[in-house]
Design a protein around this ligand. Structure first.
Ligand SMILES: [Zn+2]
Ligand SMILES: [Zn+2]
Length: 388
């Protein structure tokens, strides 16, 4: 079983030029490798800015210095971590714009894809630029370069295909994707309300803009070769049952519920709320839950157990910088702490309360308050609450 986060951005290339302007400057290729492998404990990451001129140069530098080794099945090995070159692009779909991610076996094939697309996009150094190309043509270019694709953060009001462009993908796409990124503020139980998603492989990824946020959402994948070929087989083979998602409880997501811009608050009444229930204003930021329920073609069922609600270690109440350091020093990586270390060992390092909280997080049973309108929800401090 491996831990995979397929949506990681790059803040800056090693020549000092910005790649993702809103991301942190220390989010460089070498730092991403170190943090993803040695601190988070991931084994597979997708770099969605590998199209960038500067990042391609960084790949070549790390390959010639021996820090990255090309894999025959595609992707690059970095001493226990596999990197897959990818690209996040914005495309017009129906009446709106949505983000898509595509992955390629190598920097050479990525380059072939970039050369074909070059005239359609203004700046090839920067992250997630708009591609002025019909989506069908883009899909052809991805296929010709041997790539694989899926919609990114599909339900978010900001550039998500369901949040922004359509009620059904079949109405706006000539081929349906074989996979989909759920995105923050939603989970599998919510995604299950849309029937056309039934055959798809569902991923949860971090969309990290900082080193700390790598693996804030991730997947465990059983029976996969950690390579581009392995990812391709998983997606093309609709091998959906081997993927489990570890994601923020949807309520923690910053767009979970509708937010009224006049009252400046998150609505609390029964979803869907498409206008403010208090003042009647249509001037709202639509909540992911509200949108999803308004477009659903079946009611929300019971919790899907292959989606585990988990928050990153540092977001657990009581896990400050010192406690975090202590846990990593004792057990190696976040994944080890979150998945493997048993209660007795956790207790001996972190004390009884935090050890219990980590086990509650491991089981996906945290209590949270809802976010909306760009404000994150939060884990309610249960440490002082009576025991169950
Ligand atoms: Zn995006
Ligand atoms: Zn992104």
């Amino acid at each position: 079983m491996i831990f995979a986060d397929l949506h990681v951005h790059v803040g800056e290339s090693l020549d000092g030029k910005a790649v993702k302007i809103t991301a942190s400057k220390n989010l460089t290729l070498p730092n991403i490798i170190e943090v993803a492998r040695d601190i988070k404990g991931l084994s597979l990451i997708g770099l969605v800015d590998a199209h960038s001129t500067g990042v391609q140069h960084d790949f070549k530098t790390l390959i010639s210095s021996g820090h990255l080794r090309p894999l025959s099945a595609g992707g690059y090995a970095a001493n226990g971590l596999t990197l897959i070159p990818g690209h996040e692009i914005e495309l017009q779909v129906g009446e709106g714009n949505a983000h898509f991610v595509a992955y390629f076996p190598s920097i050479e094939t990525m380059n072939q894809y970039v050369r074909t697309l070059r005239p359609t996009t203004k700046n090839w150094q920067l992250s997630t630029q708009k591609g002025h190309i019909p989506i069908d043509q883009w899909l052809d270019v991805v296929e010709q370069a041997g790539g694989v694709w899926f919609p990114a953060h599909a339900f978010t009001p900001h550039k998500g295909i369901y949040g922004n462009c359509c009620r059904r993908m079949k109405d706006v796409l000539s081929v349906l994707p074989k996979a989909l990124e759920i995105g923050l503020s939603a989970d599998r139980t919510m995604a299950a309300c849309i029937k056309e998603l039934d055959p798809m492989v569902l991923f949860s990824n971090s969309d990290a803009h900082s080193l700390a946020n790598i693996a804030r959402e991730y997947n465990t994948i059983a029976q996969i070769d950690p390579s581009f070929g392995g990812l391709m087989d998983l997606i093309q083979g609709n091998n959906k049952q081997v993927v489990r998602n570890y994601g923020l409880p949807p309520k923690v997501g910053k767009y979970h519920r509708t937010y009224c811009l006049s009252c400046e608050k998150v609505v609390q009444t029964q979803p869907p709320q498409l206008v403010c229930p208090d003042c009647g204003s249509k001037h709202v930021i639509m909540g992911v839950l509200d949108r999803l329920i308004s477009i659903a073609d079946r009611p929300m069922g019971k919790q899907d157990t292959s989606y585990v609600h988990q928050v990153p270690l540092r977001q657990l109440p009581g896990v400050g910088p010192k406690m975090y350091e202590r846990l990593l020093k004792a057990f190696g990586t976040e994944m080890a702490v979150l998945h493997h270390v048993d209660l007795d060992d956790l207790e001996s390092v972190a004390g009884e309360k935090i050890a219990r909280l980590i086990l509650i997080a491991r089981a996906g049973k945290l209590t949270v308050e809802a976010g909306g309108g760009g404000i994150f929800g939060r884990v309610v401090d249960i440490l002082s609450a009576p025991e169950e």
